[in-house]
Design a protein around this ligand. Structure first.
Ligand SMILES: *Cc1c(COP(=O)(O)O)cnc(C)c1O
Length: 405
C-alpha cells in the first residue's frame, strides 16, 4: 500500500481511534477482549488458567454448554451441512428456519415471526421498513445502539426523551405533525440501568396518540414473566406490543434476532427488510441451537425461577451493603462508581478477587455515570451470589468507594 499523507482525513480518523485505545492501554485501562479459555463450567469461566465467577454474561439462563444444545448443533450439521446456498429469499430457506420461526411465534403469542442473522441487524433493518422520511420515531435516551442506528438509517425524524420520562414521551407525541407516521421504540429491560419499561403507561400513550409500539426484548426473554416469556407476561398484558423484537444471542445462547407480530406485518417486513434480503441465511446449525434453546427455556422452567431468585438475592444484598444500584430490578445490575478512575480501580479490585465484572464508561454512559455492570444467571448458585457480594464489598473498601447502608 502507498504511504498516506499525514493529513489524509481517513488516515487521521483511523489514527485517532488507535491513539485513544493506546491511551487506555498505557493507563492500564484496556479491559476489552479478555481471553476466556473455557466457558462451560456453569457460572464460572477460566481466564488465563484461573477460575473466575462470570458476572459479565447475558446468558441469563445458564444454557451455554447444555448437552442438548451441543447435540442439536451436531445433528443439524450432519443433516444440513453448515452454511446456506444464499439469502433466505432466494435459495437459503431450510425446514429448520421455518420450525424456528413457528416456535418463536408460538412462544411470543403472535401469528408469525421471522429471524435475522443478528439482533443488531433485526433492529436496523426492521425500523427502516416501518418508517421513512416524513415519519417520526420517539425513543428513550437509553435505548440500545441498534435501535438508534435503525432510526437514523430510516430517514425518519428521531425525537428522544429522557430515560423513563413518560411525560416527555407524551410531549414528543403531541409535537408530531398531523398525518405523520409515529413509532415508539424502547428496550423492555434497559441494559445500562437494569430497569423495566413502564409498559402499561407506554401502551396507553401509544393508543391515545395512535402510535405504533416496537419493543426490544433482548434482556427480557427468559428473564421477565413467570415462564420467561418477557415483558407482556411480566405485566400480564398479552398482545399489546405491535412489533416484538428479541435476540437469540443472550438467554438463548445462539446467534440471531427475531421479529414477532401479526402475519401481515411479518410478511411485509420479510419482503422489504434489506438486512434479511441482502444477507446469507442464518446457518442451520445456529438455527437448530436457537430452536432447541427455546424448547429448553420452556421445559426447564426452574431456570427462569432461579435467575429471578438470584436477582432478588443480589439486589437485596447490594442495597443492604449500601451500594448505589439506581432503580435496578432485573439480573443486569449497575453498580455505580461515578468517576472514571474510580470505575477502573474498582474493576481491577474485583478482578483480583476472581469476579469477572466489567466497567461501563463513556461513550456507553455519560460522564459521571460510570459503573460496573454485573449480571446474575441461573448458572450461579446462591453461594456464588454471596461470594460476589463479599468480594464487591472488600473491593469497594479497598478503593474507597463510598457505601451508604
Ligand atoms: C444485544 C442487544 C441487541 C443486539 O443483539 P445481537 O443479537 O447480539 O446482535 C439488540 N438490542 C439490545 C437491547 C441488546 O442488548
Amino acid at each position: 500500500m502507498p504511504p498516506r499523507n499525514p493529513n489524509d482525513p481517513i488516515r487521521r480518523r483511523l489514527e485517532s481511534v488507535n491513539e485513544w485505545i493506546h491511551g487506555l492501554r498505557s493507563a492500564g485501562h484496556y479491559i476489552f477482549h479478555v481471553l476466556v479459555d473455557d466457558q462451560t463450567q456453569g457460572g464460572w469461566v477460566t481466564v488465563g488458567g484461573e477460575r473466575m465467577l462470570m458476572m459479565a454474561t447475558y446468558s441469563y439462563l445458564g444454557l451455554i454448554g447444555h448437552p442438548r444444545l451441543t447435540k442439536a448443533a451436531c445433528e443439524a450439521a450432519e443433516r444440513y451441512g453448515t452454511g446456506g446456498h444464499g439469502s433466505r429469499t432466494l435459495s437459503g430457506t431450510l425446514p429448520v428456519h421455518q420450525e424456528l420461526e413457528e416456535a418463536i411465534a408460538e412462544f411470543k403469542g403472535t401469528e408469525a415471526a421471522m429471524v435475522f442473522p443478528t439482533g443488531y441487524v433485526t433492529n436496523v433493518s426492521t425500523i427502516s421498513v416501518l418508517v421513512g422520511r416524513g415519519d417520526y420515531i420517539i425513543s428513550d435516551k437509553y435505548n440500545h445502539a441498534s435501535l438508534i442506528d435503525g432510526a437514523i438509517m430510516s430517514g425518519a425524524k428521531l425525537l428522544r426523551y429522557r430515560h423513563g420520562d413518560l411525560d416527555m414521551l407524551e410531549r414528543r407525541l403531541q409535537s408530531v405533525p398531523e398525518g405523520a407516521g409515529k413509532l415508539i421504540i424502547a428496550d423492555a429491560v434497559f441494559s445500562m440501568d437494569g430497569d423495566i419499561l413502564d409498559l402499561p403507561r407506554v401502551v396507553e400513550l401509544a393508543r391515545r396518540y395512535d402510535a405504533w409500539l416496537m419493543v426490544d426484548e433482548a434482556h427480557s426473554v427468559g428473564v421477565l414473566g413467570k415462564t420467561g416469556r418477557g415483558i407482556e407476561e411480566h405485566f400480564n398484558m398479552p398482545g399489546v406490543i405491535d412489533i416484538k423484537m428479541g435476540t437469540l444471542s443472550k438467554a438463548i445462547p445462539s446467534m440471531g434476532g427475531y421479529i414477532a407480530a401479526d402475519a401481515w406485518i411479518v410478511h411485509a417486513i420479510r419482503h422489504a427488510a434489506r438486512g434479511y434480503i441482502f444477507t446469507g441465511a442464518m446457518s442451520p446449525v445456529v438455527a437448530a441451537v436457537a430452536l432447541e434453546g427455546l424448547r429448553l427455556l420452556q421445559e426447564e422452567t426452574w431456570r427462569v425461577e432461579k435467575v429471578q431468585a438470584n436477582t432478588q438475592r443480589f439486589l437485596k444484598g447490594l442495597r443492604e451493603r449500601g451500594f448505589d444500584i439506581l432503580q435496578a430490578e432485573t439480573p443486569v445490575v449497575p453498580i455505580m462508581a461515578r468517576g472514571y478512575d474510580m470505575v477502573m480501580n474498582l474493576t481491577r479490585a474485583v478482578m483480583k478477587r476472581k469476579l469477572f465484572i466489567l466497567p461501563v464508561a463513556k461513550p456507553a454512559v455519560p460522564e459521571g455515570q460510570e459503573r460496573l455492570r454485573a449480571t446474575v444467571t441461573a448458572a450461579h448458585e446462591p453461594q456464588d451470589v454471596d461470594y460476589a457480594l463479599d468480594m464487591l464489598t472488600e473491593a469497594a473498601r479497598e478503593v474507597g468507594l463510598p457505601l451508604n447502608p
